[in-house]
Design a protein around this ligand. Structure first.
Ligand code: ZN
Length: 196
């Protein structure tokens, strides 16, 4: 296991469109495990391979803390009480998804999103409420499922990363400009050194 370095905006590698994974091998499985470990270490709920400078279609996600903290929402970092939670409860997490695709979507939600490539910055983004996802799992088997809740928002956010798209691209030009200027001015909070 190893912690990976996460690229921060405006690193141009965050704009690369990731390539499809043709088959799973031990190296890719290890990479996925390292991504999960890095994501948890950084208190994130999702991570795309693009963010760790690997332009391949792979994402990890784990929003299970959202469900545990529902009754205790004041203190929850992911105050997701505004999101529908019917489908997500039945999904076993963490998830490792290769070549994830959204087959269908419905509804609309607005949620205050953060991103490990923009540490400490948040903005309201409008997304689909329910999505049906198709992907390949760690065993190379095709899976599909429907989800709502924070997991739906998270998977949409991570698939955007695989297409070189960032959450600020969903904001109005004025809001995006404001956020970029804030980052330029204040930078990101300093964190303890990430070991490799
Ligand atoms: Zn992100």
């Amino acid at each position: 296991m190893a912690l990976l370095e996460i690229l921060k905006f405006p690193d141009p590698r965050l704009r690369i469109k990731a390539k499809t994974v043709s088959s799973i091998n031990p190296k890719l499985k290890q990479l996925a495990q390292n991504m999960l470990e890095t994501m948890k270490h950084e208190n994130g709920v999702g991570l795309a391979a693009t963010q760790i400078a690997q332009p391949i279609r792979l994402l990890t996600a784990d929003t299970s803390s959202e469900l545990q903290e529902l009754n205790n929402d004041e203190n929850s970092r992911y105050s997701a009480s505004s999101l529908k939670q019917d489908l997500v409860r039945h999904i076993k997490q963490p998830l490792i998804l290769f070549n994830p695709e959204i087959l269908s979507h419905s509804g609309q939600v607005i949620y205050s999103e953060g991103c490990l490539s923009f540490p400490s910055y948040y903005a309201d983004v409008k997304r689909a409420e329910v999505i049906e996802v198709k992907a390949m799992n760690e065993q190379g088997k095709e899976i599909s499922f429907k989800t709502d809740g924070l997991l739906s928002v998270c998977i949409q956010h991570e698939i955007d990363h695989l297409n070189g798209k960032l959450f600020i691209d969903h904001l109005s030009p004025i809001k995006a400009k404001k956020l970029k200027e804030e980052i330029k001015k204040n930078g990101y909070p300093t964190r303890k050194q990430v070991k490799n």
